[in-house]
Design a protein around this ligand. Structure first.
Ligand code: AMP
Length: 553
């Protein structure tokens, strides 16, 4: 047997967040983090100052008794302190657990308990939302309030700036990190059942951050100013904070000011070149800019949109009316999240490419897999589907920043097929490897970037005495990307209305889950094994053949 000959490179150099942290000082120490602390007040620090504060924060974590592997929660907007936590927590060997502030109370309680968070860092503006839950968060020893606002009834509350003051200035002796160690944790509710924890490693974050700089991907560079609107509690804000640190790009963070007016003001005053957010925010901003001719968005030469399908018209209108380029990315919490990116070639052999219909057809797709991401399409019979631009199958992906299992869900095999992640997204891929998503196999609806469980809505509806059957499907929506449409079979000769059903749901689900439309049908189509056949309902909806549709008044 021949013996393996090892390469003589520094194969043991660990790909860890330490390197990204060191880049804060080494790359462009003068780069700035600008946080919109009030609708018209921006606070600024440099990367060098941030690195100093990260060292202090690392010492604070030690004082709080945080040890290797401990989970430390954050309940925060996109701002300077959250950015500091992004580095200090993983670099002391603990796990940054970003809590989605928009989840329901029961989901948050479940997640904090499942992760066993020891400490939660909370923005003062979010204390009222968290204090209600605190009595049910048994694993949490301390809450650390960020900002000058009240700590409310949070037990064992400490204050961020006081702790930073107490530990004083000076460096920190960081532990060595094995690149396989967990660095961050983010739960997704985009599955059925309880939310699932995606546990990112130092290695996956390092490689995904590097990928933010691929020119055929987000294309982040040292010359960029990055406005991260996508929440830092959602899949590491698409890698933008780490990517900006690694590249030496300036960072702009909107905190809680996510309305079109403050965002337009921030874009006008800071002049970001790159911005990442979901289509809903881009369309609000477009409407605002159209109504206020003084708004100037033209600094955004390289914006990224994703989280839901990005309407072609939205990208086109931005380009034609505001000279803003928005490129589409696809991915999910489980894929760190960026897996494909759509950046069509701008030149042909004959010269610059015209932005004609064919070009826009391509721009409307989800794009090509990034280097290191491998993708295949699998049909219902488990066979691989050809890349012919027409045949569809479920997207499965593998690669160094793709999840291989959920946290503490050993037996979960449904989402993973060997080394492949089953995404639940149905797509066709053309011969140039461009992915086009057409449907979702999963029973979930994505509204304004957040998940609505159709199963839960169905259960609540079927708990109504007059409802015989209920199947909830996603209806395309210009503003929210998708909204729930409830197909309901009522008991014979009852006069329950759509409004009655909404009143029934109101105390049972989050406000933004409440449907705006029902379809009262004679029966719900079923599959051969008697399950609701939502594919049939979806195609009836698409063909305009879904009977009995009424809007909620
Ligand atoms: P999340 O884990 O919450 O980030 O959601 C991931 C899901 O969002 C994917 O599985 C898709 O269903 C959907 N998604 C993300 N980006 C896109 C996109 N560009 N086009 C269509 N759907 C998308």
């Amino acid at each position: 047997m021949t013996k393996q000959l090892d390469g003589l490179m520094q194969n043991d150099f660990q790909l860890s967040v330490h390197h990204i942290r060191r880049a804060l000082r080494a790359n462009r120490p003068e780069a700035t983090v600008a946080t919109l602390v009030q609708p018209d007040v921006v606070e600024r620090t440099t990367f060098a100052q941030t690195a100093d504060r990260v060292d202090r924060l690392a010492r604070v974590l030690g004082r709080l008794g945080i040890e290797q592997g401990d989970r430390v929660g954050t309940f925060a907007w996109n701002n300077q302190r959250h950015f500091e936590l992004y580095f200090a927590i993983p670099c002391v060997g603990a796990v940054l657990h970003t809590l989605n502030i928009r989840l329901f109370e029961e989901q948050l309680t479940y997640i904090v308990g499942h992760a066993e968070d020891k400490v939660i860092f909370v923005d003062d503006s979010l204390v009222p939302a968290l204090e209600k839950l605190a009595p049910s968060l048994g694993t949490v020893r301390n809450y650390v309030v960020m900002g000058d606002g009240e700590a409310g009834s949070l037990p064992n509350a400490l204050r961020y700036e006081e702790l930073m003051e107490e530990v004083g200035e000076g460096g920190f002796d960081y532990p060595e990190i094995d690149e396989r160690q967990a660095a961050a944790l983010c739960y997704t509710s985009g599955t059925t059942g309880n939310p699932k924890g995606v546990l990112y490693s130092h290695r996956s974050i390092s490689l995904h951050s590097t990928a933010t700089m691929f020119r055929d991907g987000l294309g982040l560079s040292r010359g960029d100013k990055v406005l991260a609107v996508v929440p830092m509690f959602h899949a590491n804000a698409w890698g933008l904070p780490h990517g900006a640190a690694l590249a030496g790009a300036d960072l702009v963070l909107p905190d809680r000011h996510l309305g079109a007016a403050p965002l337009a003001g921030l874009i006008g005053s800071e002049g970001p070149t790159l911005m990442g957010c979901v289509p809903t925010i881009f369309s609000d901003l477009l409407r605002f800019a159209d109504e206020h001719p003084s708004v100037d968005l033209s600094s955004l030469t390289n914006a990224t949109c994703g989280g839901s399908a990005v309407p072609r018209q939205l990208m086109k209108e931005y380009e034609e009316r505001h000279r803003v380029n928005i490129f589409q990315a696809w991915g999910m919490t489980e894929t760190s999240p960026v897996a494909t990116f759509c950046r069509p070639l701008e030149r042909t052999a004959e010269g610059p490419r015209e932005h004609d219909d064919a070009y826009w057809d391509e721009r409307a797709k989800q794009g090509r897999p990034l280097p290191w991401v491998e993708l295949r399409l699998i049909d219902d019979d488990g066979r691989e589907v050809p890349w012919d631009g027409e045949s569809t199958g479920e997207i499965q992906v593998r690669g160094p920043w793709i999840a291989k299992r959920y946290f503490r869900e050993e037996g979960d095999t449904e989402k993973f097929d060997g080394e492949w992640l089953r995404t639940g997204d149905i797509a066709a891929v053309d011969e140039h490897a461009n992915v086009q998503i057409s449907d979702r196999a999963k029973d979930v609806i994505k509204s304004g970037g957040e998940w609505i469980s159709s199963v839960e809505l169905e259960n609540e509806l079927m708990a109504h005495p007059d409802v015989v059957e209920a199947a909830v499907i996603a209806k395309p929506d210009e503003r929210w990307a998708e909204r729930p449409l409830c197909c309901v079979v009522l008991r014979e000769s009852c006069d329950t209305s759509a409004d009655d059903l909404v009143e029934h749901l109101r105390p049972r689900v989050a406000k933004w889950w409440l449907p705006d439309e029902f379809a009262f049908v004679e029966e719900i189509p079923k599959t051969s094994v008697g399950k609701f056949d939502k594919k049939v309902l979806r195609s009836r909806l698409a063909e305009g053949a879904l009977e009995g549709r009424v809007l909620v008044s």
